[in-house]
Design a binder for this molecule. Structure first.
Ligand code: FAD
Length: 431
């Protein structure tokens, strides 16, 4: 008999909770990863840097396991069918994995667990991608927080009371099964390499120390770039917190935002395609296709928006301040439904995370779970004056800025603002 450890968004051998527990048992552990056809078939392009990143990360893990005669076995296809194959091929005692809180993942895990239980095989999943999950940070009446500030206070209190411990899975790898897996390359399942460079997972202490001073300067580009590593678990969140918690409280608070939105998605899965606040359901979006195209291509004539969109299109990353400006512009200047912008970001961002993307888009639209009133509308010009006053970020990403080739502003901000206020007010009046 064997146990299985199923890697998903926890692509590392060290401090991996589920892997650590799996390796404690008397049985040998077969580590697997499944390239899920359900997810891959929905991607708009076969040149997807996220798929490449996953494949690269697995190859790195395999490289380090090779020297001790171990390896991770890859599969590709329908997840349920692959588990059916595994069940018929091996005598399995239990499948271990780490928890995933997205509604689709919860549904998938439910189906897998049902299959395994019908074969008398155990299925156990562990908290790994967050410090606190599900019902660990609740209000006194046991209901979930829907406002960040009180949530973050309790999060910090719990954290101080009970600092997270590590799970040194890396010390028990000898309990993996001895195999040299015959794995496939990226091209073998139809994907291609991209030109995108992936950020390092090293933590720059000085950068974190000065995080509160520099984090809003898109040209300086002094944020941690850990988002892709948090997304795919190539670096453990416990280690990130451990290494940074005494350097800068503002940085820790950003990590709390991530967990805040994760628990929102977990407790209110309707946010995937609905406004958190239903009072805005009646907004009459304009959703003009040509306007959307200009925004996507970074040709709105608002240079800070255009620079952000071009950074996103070229690199799969956009600085947080500019994400906020670009999102606000789409929703509140062009009156385009936040779900359309969210989908575009989901397609392009290397660090795409359903909970954070959705939470931040709803924040920008004013439909989400925050206290900011809808009539707070970013002015793209004053945002540029404040955060890129010397046009350095803009010139980096929009080389034709200042020449006749650069487009005129596609809309007058003052007019757009009033149009949006009217649309939001109408929706509220109808309720
Ligand atoms: P740092 O500034 O170094 O922050 C450290 C970590 O804190 C980040 O890696 C991230 O995990 C977390 N974090 C920081 N800001 C936020 C935030 N506002 N909300 C939630 N977590 C945060 N982040 C994603 O990870 N995936 C997304 O799909 C995503 N979509 C976004 C869409 C919009 C419209 C906006 C305004 C923000 C979005 N963010 C998203 C949040 C934020 O922009 C990125 O996390 C950040 O820019 C990533 O760069 P970094 O790792 O250098 O961040």
């Amino acid at each position: 008999k064997i146990n299985i450890f199923w890697f998903r968004r926890d692509l590392r051998l060290d401090d991996n909770h589920g892997l650590f527990v799996a390796l404690q048992s008397d049985l040998k552990v077969l580590p697997i990863f499944i390239f899920d056809e359900e997810i891959l078939s929905k991607l708009p392009s076969k040149k997807d840097a996220r798929v490449e990143f996953i494949h690269n990360s697995l190859e790195k893990l395999n490289e380090s396991l090779k020297s001790i005669g171990k390896g991770i076995q890859y599969y590709h296809g329908n997840v349920l069918n692959i588990f059916k194959e595994l069940v018929s091929k091996y005598k399995i005692e239990k499948v271990f994995t780490n928890e995933d809180y997205e509604p689709q993942a919860i549904a998938r895990d439910y189906d897998i667990e049902k299959l395994l239980i019908s074969q008398n095989i155990g299925f156990e999943s562990f908290k790994d991608q967050v410090i606190f999950h599900k019902d660990e940070v609740l209000k006194a009446d046991q209901s979930p927080y829907t406002i960040y500030t009180p949530y973050s206070k309790v999060w910090l209190e719990n954290f101080k009371k009970e600092p997270p411990k590590n799970y040194p899975s890396e010390k028990h790898l000898k309990n993996l099964i001895d195999i040299s897996p015959k794995n496939f390359g990226l091209k073998d399942f139809g994907f291609e390499e991209t030109e995108i460079d992936f950020p390092s997972q090293k933590i720059d202490e000085k950068l974190i120390k000065d995080y509160d001073i520099n984090r809003n300067d898109p040209f300086a580009d002094k944020t941690s770039r850990l988002s892709i590593h948090l997304r795919f678990g190539t670096k453990s969140v416990r280690k990130i917190v451990e290494e940074t918690k005494n350097l800068n409280e503002i940085f820790l608070k950003e990590l709390i935002w991530r967990e805040f939105f994760m628990q929102i998605l977990y407790h209110f899965p309707k946010v995937v395609n609905q406004n958190f606040k239903p009072k805005y359901d009646g907004i009459k979006w304009l959703n003009n296709g040509e306007d959307l195209k200009k925004w996507c291509e970074g040709k709105t004539g608002f240079p800070i928006v255009d620079a952000g969109m071009r950074q996103l299109n070229e690199t799969g990353f956009m600085h947080n301040r500019v994400r906020m400006i670009a999102a606000s512009f789409l929703v509140k200047d062009l009156l385009i439904d936040w779900r359309i912008g969210e989908a575009y970001f989901a397609e392009k961002l290397l660090d795409y995370e359903l909970s954070s993307n959705n939470g931040n888009w709803q924040w920008a639209a004013g439909t989400g779970c925050d206290a900011a009133p809808y009539f707070r509308i970013f002015n793209p010009t004053s945002q540029q004056e404040k955060f890129d006053k010397d046009f350095k970020y803009i010139k980096k990403w929009v080389p034709e800025f200042g020449t006749k080739d650069y487009p005129q502003p596609m809309i007058e901000h003052k007019f757009a603002r009033e149009q949006t206020l009217e649309a939001y007010k109408l929706a509220l009046d109808e309720k």
